[in-house]
Design a protein around this ligand. Structure first.
Ligand SMILES: Cc1ncc(COP(=O)(O)O)c(C=O)c1O
Length: 380
């Protein structure tokens, strides 16, 4: 089987893990956690970072730190992985589902601005209220889909105009750039990265929340460490046990040393599929807007839904792990009643996307085999 996206333990992982065992620093205290946070801050261009147990917990604690409270609405693109919406629900809030742009698959800033202008009012107490539900709108989450940055200048301008905090779900976007700027420096208040096993670099599981505002990052750190004050079981609010362990961070540090090489390989994989499938009428590439230097986490192609199903089945029969992509949030049971604006683009695109094997350890021969298999199943 040629797998979809598996870890690539090509560096100092075993050595750093052995150090953890030898020193007995295997839990949330230990030198690798701080080192990992420095790696993430430096690679993302942010001033600092806080390591978390996974990306979902990173999003959750970030939302709470940004002031999201029970019964609020938080704007989320419908086309995302369910963790983005789940983090909002974990914070006691409800996602308000908006659409993505058809050419970028990321939050459409025009629709975002329109939704806020037309569907909210500013209450006498200064709260931004969603008219249909009467709920406070307290934040925007923008997702950098498959490692491709959203149009952040526009999204950040809308967030600022409406006085809303902006959280970047950059789960798979470490290494990406927008107009030449790194992904952690694009105007979001906080930026979350995932180090799940299927990401370009992994900590076995893990996340990080990066940002420039030291007070805000301090709040993320405090909340994710049970809101403990001092060493003696004093806690000043309801916190979380969301910190990364030294074991995870040891793997994470070894992987961060390989980030540039792995992102380069992800881009080569994208190019191999784009070039290998070029010229087939029924197939198009994943979008890369002209502002983006994508981290190319996932690669594949776009076609009509029936062909997508057929090609995936044929590739699976040949031992190639081709998959569908995220079913949008408005079609997911937990969010069936979540408020939404027009989500027709999300509705249309998700069935058309086929993701192809893109592990950083994939060989050129395997890439050629995947391209050959796709070509054989498609009308030329
Ligand atoms: C867009 C997006 N957001 C959030 C997450 C959640 O990250 P984690 O799996 O580390 O909790 C993922 C992970 O796959 C993701 O793709």
């Amino acid at each position: 089987m040629i797998p979809l996206a598996i870890p690539n333990m090509a560096g100092n992982e075993a050595r750093y893990l052995a150090e953890c065992v030898a020193t007995n620093f295997v839990s949330t205290v230990g030198p690798f956690v701080g080192r990992f946070e420095e790696h993430v801050a430096s690679a993302s261009g942010a001033r600092g970072a806080v390591a978390t147990s996974c990306g979902t917990t990173g999003l959750h604690v970030a939302l709470v730190a940004l002031g999201v409270r029970r019964d609020d609405l938080v704007i989320v693109p419908s086309f995302t992985f369910i963790a983005t919406a789940n983090a909002v629900a974990h914070a006691g809030a409800t996602p308000w589902l908006l659409d993505v742009h058809p050419d970028t698959w990321t939050l459409d800033p025009q629709r975002l601005g329109d939704a806020l202008d037309l569907e909210t009012v500013r209450g006498a107490d200064g709260k931004l209220v969603h008219v249909r539900t009467g709920r406070r709108v307290s934040a925007i989450v923008v997702v950098h889909t498959f490692g491709t940055p959203a149009d952040m200048d526009e999204v950040a301008a809308v967030a600022q105009a409406h006085g809303l905090p902006l959280l970047s779900d950059a789960a798979a976007a470490l290494g990406a750039e927008y107009k030449g700027r790194p992904i952690g420096r694009l105007g979001a208040d906080l930026t979350m990265f995932s180090f799940n096993g299927n990401k370009t670099v992994t900590a076995g599981g893990g996340g990080a929340v990066a940002g420039d505002d030291e007070e805000l990052l301090g709040r993320v750190r405090h909340l994710s460490t049970t809101a403990r004050v001092g060493a003696n079981y004093d806690h000043d609010e309801v916190g979380f046990n969301y910190r990364m362990t030294n074991l995870q961070a040891a793997v994470g540090c070894a992987q961060m040393e390989l980030l540039d090489r792995f992102v380069r390989r992800k881009r080569e994989i994208r190019r191999a599929y784009d070039e290998g499938l070029a010229g087939i009428d029924t197939v198009g590439p994943f979008p890369v807007p002209d502002w983006a230097e994508s981290a190319c986490w996932f690669s594949g192609f776009v076609t009509d839904p029936e062909t997508a199903d057929r090609v995936r089945a044929a590739l699976n029969d040949e031992g190639i792990d081709a998959r569908p992509t995220w079913k949008p949030m408005h079609l997911q049971s937990p969010y069936a009643d979540a408020p939404r604006s027009d989500v027709s683009v999300s509705d249309r695109i998700w069935r058309r996307i086929v993701t192809l094997p893109c592990s950083t350890g994939i060989t050129d021969d395997e890439l050629a085999a995947v391209v050959g298999a796709v070509r054989r199943t498609l009308p030329q």
